[in-house]
Write a protein that binds this ligand. Structure first.
Ligand code: 5GP
Length: 183
């Protein structure tokens, strides 16, 4: 659904709060069905994934833990090579890990993260993303749970920021092209 927005910097609302909450409930029931009887550990990357994680973990009707990582990119020319600036607090050995992402774009960051997590001998590692910018994918990733496929535009809201702002919008929106400069 697309609605006009009173903030002139916002171009279009792509997914309303109601759309997002419906997707969260749907994915939450799929995960509840698939992980019954398993040892579920939800992991998200700070800070973008926190809004989705907070809603999703309450839509999963199973015992589970949540843990956080923070990463920073080495910069241009080193795509997909990232440094862990905050590691998980707890071991994931033998556990069923589900990585919860706000958005997957090229997939290079997540691909690196999955390699790191798999070295820690979890029982399984799967991926859940609210938004999938699939047209830009460079890495081949198994994505088990997905909210919405999104166009190749810069998005903000529901965890996604521009210079730290816009994260707290309850919906996902595009900005007018002149507001952001694509590298
Ligand atoms: P990837 O390695 O998949 O190319 O990059 C993933 C990261 O790029 C996401 O976790 C997010 O931080 C950032 N990103 C990708 N697309 C967007 C977007 O449309 N808006 C915002 N705010 N960040 C994005």
């Amino acid at each position: 659904m697309s609605v006009t927005h009173p903030d002139p910097r916002i171009d279009r609302v792509l997914h309303t709060s109601e759309d997002i909450q419906a997707a969260v409930r749907r994915i939450g029931s799929e995960i509840t069905r698939d992980y019954e009887g398993r040892d579920l550990a939800l992991i998200t990357v700070l800070k973008g994934g926190t809004m989705f994680l907070a809603d999703l973990c309450r839509a999963i009707e199973l015992p589970l833990t949540v843990d956080f990582m923070a990463i920073s990119s080495y910069g241009p020319g080193a795509e997909g090579s990232v440094r862990i600036t905050k590691d998980l607090d707890d071991s994931i050995e033998g556990r069923d890990v589900l990585v919860v992402e706000d958005i997957i774009d090229t997939g290079l960051t997540l691909s690196y993260l999955l390699r790191v997590l798999r070295q820690r001998k979890p029982a399984s590692v799967s991926v859940c993303t609210l938004l999938d910018k699939d047209a830009r994918r460079l890495a081949d990733l198994p994505i088990e749970y997905r909210g919405f496929s999104v166009p190749d535009r810069f998005l903000v809201g529901y965890g996604l920021d521009l210079d730290g702002l816009w994260r707290t919008l309850p919906y996902v929106a595009t900005l007018h092209d002149e507001i952001w400069d694509r590298p």
